[in-house]
Ligand binder design. Structure first.
Ligand code: XMP
Length: 325
């Protein structure tokens, strides 16, 4: 029967056998999945693993700093941080199509990993080659990217359908058969702290798929502000454990008329998408307290220039997905 202990033992043995004396890199996203995958692989091969955190500029406020601090503190893992903001913005310029965005982000991730790989080899040239790429792919990622049997391709998760054909790495995906709640149990068993294990999910392509329309630096900054306010208020209301996650989405190509002071505004709507779920395969919209919603709405429209309307997404999954793209 399934126990976290047996999953860990089995995966550690398998990873050791596969990687041998070679080396691996693991992309850390700040989320639970990649953190648990990294901790598992670290348990198996120790210092043969280097984690790479790609700052693609699509992260939420404070997130990069948090990964650097929390994860390294918890695991002592070797971490390389790559500032790739310009590169991702350039690659995403002019692109509005959700699938195209996902593919571009997936491709750029891999290119940055390849560069990191070259740097790691250059820094310790006598050591074994870096042949493996660790990813925190979960079972639902595989299914929803069309990797399961008889399922349609709903979205290309950046770590499944978004990989380029000329991938130079062999993939290590120790969580490929697990659901999120199981991953959390494995993480806890591996000794990761609560802040990491109970982190709400955040998609690899980050805010890039929460801007409906083209992704630009200005729009990202705007969405980051709105998102930070929503997160702050949800935390203050003690709702973090109650909701599965709450994407905050910017409808960048939509404008509506508003009024502020005695002036007309013509700004963008923000969508709040709080959901409750067991495994993200299905979800229901969270019945958040009205006063919390009111506070978020008031603060976002007051504090974020360019946003003059806050809306609430009351669609379950299906038919809606959790993310808008
Ligand atoms: P959807 O939008 O498909 O999302 O209902 C289901 C869950 O997956 C997360 N998500 C992703 N996670 N890479 C990830 O690591 C991705 O490309 C990706 N796309 C969606 C989403 O936040 C939700 O928890």
């Amino acid at each position: 029967s399934w126990t976290t202990g047996s999953v860990i033992e089995e995966q550690v043995a398998e990873i050791r056998a596969r990687v041998g004396s070679s080396r691996a890199i693991c992309g850390l996203s700040g989320g639970v999945d990649s953190a648990v995958a990294a901790a598992l692989v670290q348990k198996a091969i120790g210092s043969q693993l280097t984690c790479v955190y790609v700052d693609h500029g699509l992260m939420r406020k404070g997130e990069t700093e948090q990964v650097e601090k929390d994860f390294v503190a918890a695991t002592g893992v070797q971490l390389k941080v790559v500032d790739a903001q310009e590169r991702f913005l350039a690659a995403l310029a002019g692109v509005s199509d959700p699938e195209q965005k996902r593919k571009i982000i997936g491709r750029e991730f891999i290119r940055v990993f390849e560069q990191a790989q070259a740097e790691i080899v250059a820094e310790a040239p006598g050591d074994h080659p870096v042949e493996f790429l660790v990813q925190g792919t979960l079972y639902p990622d595989v299914v929803e990217s069309g990797g399961g049997t008889g399922t349609a391709n709903i979205k290309s998760h950046h770590n499944v359908g978004g990989l380029p054909d000329d991938l130079e790495f062999q993939l290590v995906e120790p969580l490929r058969k697990l659901f999120k709640d199981e991953v959390r149990m494995v993480g806890a068993e591996l000794g990761l702290p609560d802040e990491i294990v109970h982190r709400q999910p955040f998609p690899g392509p980050g805010l890039g798929i929460r801007i409906v329309g083209e992704v630009t630096r200005e729009r990202l900054d705007l969405l980051r502000e709105a998102d930070a306010i929503a997160r702050e208020e949800l935390t203050a209301a003690g709702l973090d454990r109650e909701i599965w996650q709450c994407p905050v989405v910017l409808l960048a190509d939509v404008r509506s008329v508003g009024v502020q002071g005695d002036g007309r505004t013509y700004g963008h709507p923000i969508v709040l998408r709080p959901v409750s779920s067991e495994d993200a395969m299905t979800a229901d919209w969270s019945r958040l307290p009205y006063d919390t919603l009111a506070r978020i709405s008031t603060r976002i429209t007051n504090e974020v220039a360019e946003v003059n309307r806050v809306t609430l997404d009351i669609t379950s999954k299906p038919p809606g997905t959790i993310e808008w793209e």
